[in-house]
Write a protein that binds this ligand. Structure first.
Ligand SMILES: Nc1nc(=O)c2c([nH]1)NC[C@@H]1CN(c3ccc(C(=O)N[C@@H](CCC(=O)O)C(=O)O)cc3)C=[N+]21
Length: 300
């Protein structure tokens, strides 16, 4: 079988189009412009790439983008004071604190100081608990984007065997919750999983989110399975010339595409959907904050 390529770039453009429509309505009917505040502490290179394209797209869909760039050695109290200010600012509907934070800052403390209803990353313990109990919450952007692509491709996911490789709070665990919510039989695999190849071979849906370049080979993939590659790894590409690099996922694309029914590429798969879902979460948060109907199809 040769897999259908799930075009995350195109899908994300569609999602941003829906967000833009909703923003237009909020402005015209309610005189409200959704605002997203992004806080970047220090200069992590991965975060900088992300902040750039995110800021551009926030403005493109008609929302206000508020950026706070703080010094790498900003004291924790200053960061918490800024978050407090954003929490009570009525023009700010979404707050995202770029991770990872410099080591002197307590990531859990910082995340949990964001007002849960403005936590567009969905990392606050309240949102984690709400998601885990099937209540309305802010859903982490990357898993939400993966879910949207899976639903679009399959219609119903009910009864499917899903294997999530990776148990992070940012992707693996919330992804598993979402798949369970859609009635998949879910396995979370990780570095200590016994017989990982055999576990993955059972899966109708494989979500790879470990951050290890091309670690899933094609012969782990059940014929016809759907493969969602969350990894974005930059590796050396001497074949492209001295000092050149390229982006690869957590799955070995060619060999997995030869067996899968559908697969997401890297780049152009999950990454663009993550940003689109951040914008979707911001417009959702803004609608909720104003007691207005939520955008349809943009929430879990
Ligand atoms: N609080 C927080 N939330 C995040 O969601 C978050 C974060 N911190 N810190 C940094 C990482 C990184 N991240 C990316 C999102 C999209 C692409 C993306 O769209 N990548 C393109 C390729 C970009 C390229 O060419 O380098 C793609 O996959 O097609 C990349 C990286 C979100 N992050």
């Amino acid at each position: 079988m040769t897999a259908t390529i799930i075009d995350g770039k195109e899908f994300a453009a569609r999602v941003r189009g829906q967000v833009a429509e909703h923003v237009t309505r909020l402005k015209a009917d309610n005189d409200i412009t959704p605002g997203l505040a992004v806080v970047l502490v220090g200069e992590d290179p991965a975060s900088q790439v992300y902040v750039r394209s995110k800021g551009k797209m926030t403005v493109e869909v008609g929302m206000n983008s508020i950026e706070h760039k703080l010094d790498v050695d900003t004291p924790e109290a200053d960061l918490l004071a800024l978050i407090d200010k954003l929490n009570t600012d009525p023009d700010v509907h979404g707050i995202l604190v770029q991770l990872p934070l410099p080591k002197h800052l307590d990531e859990d403390l910082v995340i949990n100081s964001i007002a849960p209803e403005k936590d567009v990353d969905g990392f606050h313990i309240s949102n984690v608990g709400l998601l885990g109990t099937g209540q309305k919450s802010m859903v982490p952007c990357t898993p939400l984007g993966c879910l949207m692509m899976l639903r679009d491709h399959h219609g119903s996911l009910s009864g499917m065997d899903a294997v999530v490789i990776g148990r992070s709070n940012i992707v693996g665990k919330p992804m598993a919750q979402l798949l369970l919510g859609d009635s998949c039989t879910v396995t979370i695999a990780h570095s200590r999983t016994k017989d990982l190849p055999d576990v993955v071979r059972r899966a109708d849906i494989v979500v790879a989110a470990v951050g290890r370049p091309e670690m899933v080979p094609g012969d782990w993939i059940k014929e016809g399975a759907t493969v969602i590659d969350v990894g974005i790894n930059r590796i050396d590409a001497p074949d492209k010339g001295e000092g050149k690099t390229r982006l690869v996922g957590d799955v070995h694309f060619e060999s997995c595409a030869a067996r899968a029914g559908a697969i997401t590429p890297v780049p152009g798969g999950v990454g663009p959907m993550t940003i689109a879902c951040l914008l979707a979460n911001t417009v959702t948060a803004c609608s909720r904050a104003n007691g207005l109907p939520e955008p349809e199809g943009l929430t879990a």
